[in-house]
Design a protein around this ligand. Structure first.
Ligand code: TPP
Ligand code: MG
Length: 182
């Protein structure tokens, strides 16, 4: 089974409308821009592997919920960042890894298979694995309620969104900051 990345992304914004959502370059940002264009979307670009680390930094600077939407390829590049997530121990941080089994943004080359939930647990981050929209929604609500960071590994169908977020990169973090102080 596999969940729908659009439905899961919409569920994130519905459950935590005030969250800063830090989205992986490419597909995760395209889907987010399509289902919920909003000031607190922190779209990344070019910076594969840095989504979760960026989320740790943002969560350090705000009391608002911070949700990372990363990809399997991107998280594989920086798997050790989960030890930083555990050590930083920010209660406002949730990491979602959308595992579509491919480098979707660059044409669908297969990724290596990684057990992200096990890798997270091994580094001290509580984790769960889901592969359906309803299970994701429930897991996300639990993760947000937790008094500490956690990771959700979500198997998703590959998708090819039409939307593109703004590519004005200095503007994106500035807009996020403004939305947190206005
Ligand atoms: C350091 C680096 N290597 C490669 C790329 C090219 N690149 C951009 S997105 C991407 C695929 C990302 O895969 P994944 O994180 O699984 O997200 P998906 O596209 O599947 O949603 C690649 C290889 C890059 N931007 N930076
Ligand atoms: Mg992928």
């Amino acid at each position: 089974m596999a969940a729908d990345q659009f439905a899961c992304t919409a569920a994130v914004v519905e459950e935590t409308p005030d969250a800063v959502v830090v989205s992986n370059l490419g597909v995760a940002s395209y889907v987010l821009a399509e289902v919920a264009p909003r000031k607190r979307n922190f779209y990344l670009w070019g910076s594969m592997g840095s989504t979760t680390a960026t989320g740790v930094g943002v969560a350090h600077g705000t009391d608002e919920q911070v949700t990372v939407l990363t990809g399997d390829g991107s998280l594989t590049m920086s798997l050790g960042v989960l030890s930083t997530v555990a050590t930083a121990d920010q209660s406002n941080l949730t990491v979602v890894c959308f595992d579509n089994g491919i480098y979707g943004t660059t044409g669908g080359q297969p990724t290596t298979s990684v057990d992200f939930a096990a890798a997270a647990e091994a580094q001290g981050v509580p984790a769960t694995r889901v592969e359906a929209d309803t299970a994701f929604t429930a897991a996300y609500a639990d993760a947000v309620d937790r008094d500490g960071p956690s990771l959700i590994e979500c198997t998703v169908e590959p998708t090819d969104p039409e939307a593109r977020p703004t590519f004005d990169f200095p503007h994106i973090p500035r807009r996020v900051c403004e939305s947190l102080t206005e």
